[in-house]
Design a protein around this ligand. Structure first.
Ligand code: UDP
Ligand code: MG
Length: 140
């Protein structure tokens, strides 16, 4: 399988509960390497731009308010098949449907406050990494 990079966010519900280290341990145990990482707080406008694909969905405004409500940790994860591997480690969007042992099964509070974001395809991964990181910050 090809070496890939994917984009990840540890969301406000998780940073607020001091879960950054526990979530990072899940990534590392799954063979994902954290090759870039920083803690930031997004404005609602920045969250809105990031999630613009969901602009017409009923949960969009609440989602953007939540994502701007507290600091997040934005990350680039690298590994073989990193995009799919990260989605596996995250678990289903709704924690009620997430497989045991996944991040969302263990830590998510609700379908909205579900602890992590992960890119869903190579194109979105590249776009999302470029939204938050300059090339010079990606040292591998
Ligand atoms: N979301 C929500 N309600 C829903 C579906 C999604 O609040 O019914 C939020 C949730 O935080 C989710 C994000 O919107 O992680 C993006 O939704 P998506 O369908 O892309 O899920 P993901 O890719 O994060 O699993
Ligand atoms: Mg998604």
């Amino acid at each position: 399988m090809a070496l890939e990079r994917t984009f990840s966010i540890i969301k406000p519900d998780a940073t607020a509960r001091n879960l950054t280290g526990k979530i990072n341990a899940k990534f590392e145990e799954a063979g994902l390497r954290i090759v870039a990482q920083k803690r930031i707080q997004m404005t609602k406008a920045q969250a809105g731009e990031f999630y613009k694909v969901h602009a017409e969905r009923p949960f969009y405004d609440e989602l953007c308010t939540f994502m701007a409500s507290a600091p997040v940790v934005v990350q680039v994860l690298e590994g073989d098949g990193a995009i799919a591997k990260n989605r596996d480690v995250m678990g289903a969007t709704n924690p009620a449907d997430a497989a045991p042992g996944t991040i969302r099964a263990e830590f998510a509070q609700s379908v909205g406050e579900n602890s992590v974001h992960g890119s869903d395809a190579p194109e979105t991964a590249a776009e999302e990494i470029a939204y938050f990181f300059a090339g010079i910050e990606l040292v591998g």
